[in-house]
Structures are given as C-alpha cells and as structure tokens.
Ligand binder design. Structure first.
Ligand code: DHB
Length: 308
C-alpha cells in the first residue's frame, strides 16, 4: 500500500531518517537498515572527521527540539566505506555538507569514482557552524555551486534546503533549481537560529552560539508543509520532493504527501522514539489511507485543495 518509486528505486514505504538523526555510526545505520524504514541516509559529512560543537547541543522540547550540533561526523571515508561495502537491504542516501565549494566538489569527485550507486544529498542548509552562513540563503552562490556540481557529477543528486518565508524567495530558488538535472529537493532543514530559554535558570538551553540553534519537530510542521507545497507547485515535474519537518504521526505524513512530497524524512521524533517509530508511522499512514479509501499514495499525492 505504501510502495513508492523515487529516483528509479523502489521503496517499501516513503519513510526514512532525516540526516543527522540516528545515522552517525555504522551501528545506528545498521539499526535503520533493520527497521521498517523505506530507506536510510547517512549523517552529513565533511572530508575529514569533526567533533562538532560543545554539549549540551541537542535538547528535546515539548513542541519539538533545538540543536546546534556543529556537523560532528566521522568523515567522508567512513560513510563511503559503509555505503559501498555493507549489504544493506534498502535504498541508501549519502549526505555531504562540505565547509566550502572545494570540499563539496572533492567529495562528489570521490563519490563519482566509487561504486556507490545510491542517491547523494548535497546539504545546502547547515545552520550551526559558527561564522558560516547557510549556502542556500545566498542565491548567487547556490547557482554557482550547482553549475560546478553538474559540470561533472552524473549520479543521482538532490539538495537539502532551509525553509524560506517569502514568495519572492520560493520563486527565485525554484528558478535556479529548475536549471539543473536534480533528482530531488528536500524541504526543509531545521528552522535556523531559534532561541529557547529555561525559566528557572533564566538561561539558554544549549551551549553553542549563546543558545541559538536549529528548531525541529511539531513546531515547524506548518513551515515545512508550506515549503513542500511551494516547491511542488514551482519545480519541473522530474524533480521529486522529500518532505521533512514536523513528521511525528501518520497524519503529519499524510499532509506532507498531500502537499506533494514523495519521500518523508523524520528527525526530531525519530530522536525521541528510536527506529521503532517506523512501525508506528507506516501503520498510522495506512490506517488513514484505508479510512479514506485510498489504495496507493499516488491517488492523493500533491492534491491538497485550496478554497475555490
Ligand atoms: C548540522 C545541522 C544541520 O541542520 C545540518 O543540515 C547539518 C549539520 C549540525 O549541526 O551538525
């Protein structure tokens, strides 16, 4: 009932982890492979390992989460070794997030030369490295990078975007993305640079960046849905959409699909529940579809209604 075709791969269901959650180590990746998720994605990596920001750097909140991890990862080679040598049983995404253009192009060259036959996610939206702006908020630089990427990289590749909040920005970014043979666009990364304060201590709740960090979970669902919808209505048909942001229930998943998403990534709620969450999400999404009389996701994907 939930079977999904994406980038010429067959997925049992549309769910996978959002990069950054439960995918830093091969043990965690194996757990995702053995879960009911439809796919898995590795932690965004850099050419060399990084320790990331000081702790506390991830806090659960009643309405979601805030984090400023700072790109801790085990380095490109660790993840390449995993994705090329593990007999995993489902489609695999490889997330890269270089600190500059050269790092991104270097990692793409190495992926191109490898036997990796999954899908690459180029992260244009890490909000948590001190002194670095999110690439995808700089339209010119994004266009320049994508030109360089597609000059040589031939394997399937999508981009992870931050949220946008203005129709002019949806229009401008969609116009840039439509120039390239992208496999997909993933909307959205965390809502960057929120600030959460603890009443008793009168103190911020995470240590890096004086408490500023990316927001996730239910509090960002409406922004995520808006971005999925905005890109679904602006991108050419052969660019698919991954919906990420605020998916904690089957209903959230259904809403993302209605807005036009094909795959669905789960971050904050996976962090809270662990990989068993994929049993619940698939069960809840199927129950909603049955109740509404849908036999496949294709019957309602992208079909959210507006007034008149
Ligand atoms: C980190 C956070 C992100 O939202 C992202 O896209 C990449 C890295 C981090 O802080 O590690």
């Amino acid at each position: 009932m939930l079977k999904t075709v994406f980038a010429n791969h067959e997925f049992e269901n549309p769910f996978l982890n959002a990069s950054g959650v439960h995918c830093m180590t091969t043990e965690e990746l194996d757990e995702l492979d053995h879960s009911s998720s439809g796919a898995l994605i590795t932690k965004s990596c850099t050419p060399l390992p990084r320790l990331g920001n000081p702790e506390p750097r991830y806090i659960n909140l009643p309405t979601g989460s805030i984090n400023s991890m700072g790109l801790p990862n085990k380095g490109f080679d660790y993840y390449l070794e995993y994705v090329t040598n593990t007999p995993y049983t489902k489609p695999c995404f490889f997330s890269i997030s270089g600190m500059n253009t050269d790092e991104n192009l270097d990692m793409l060259r190495r992926l191109a030369a490898s036997s990796f036959n999954g899908i690459t996610e180029l992260n244009l939206s890490c909000p948590n490295v001190t002194g670095k702006t999110q690439l995808a908020y700089d339209f010119e630089q994004t266009e320049r990078l994508l030109n360089q990427v597609f000059d040589s990289y031939q394997k399937p590749l999508g981009v992870k975007l931050p949220p946008y909040f203005d129709f002019a920005h949806f229009d401008e970014m969609a116009k840039i993305l439509n120039q390239f043979p992208l496999t997909y666009v993933n909307a959205i990364n965390s809502v960057g640079n929120g600030l959460v304060i603890d009443l008793d201590s009168e103190k911020v709740v995470i240590k890096p960046k004086d408490g500023f960090g990316g927001l996730g979970g239910p509090m960002i669902k409406a922004t995520a849905l808006a971005n999925v919808r905005a890109f679904a209505t602006r991108l050419k048909d052969d660019i698919q959409i991954i919906g990420t942001g605020g998916i904690a229930t089957g209903q959230d998943a259904f809403e993302h699909l209605l807005c036009g998403a094909t795959l669905l990534q789960v971050g904050t709620q996976l962090h809270k529940e662990g990989p068993a969450i994929f049993d619940r999400l698939t069960r809840e999404l199927e129950a909603i579809m049955k109740q509404k009389g849908y036999a496949t996701i294709d019957e309602f994907r992208g079909k959210v209604k507006s007034f008149s």
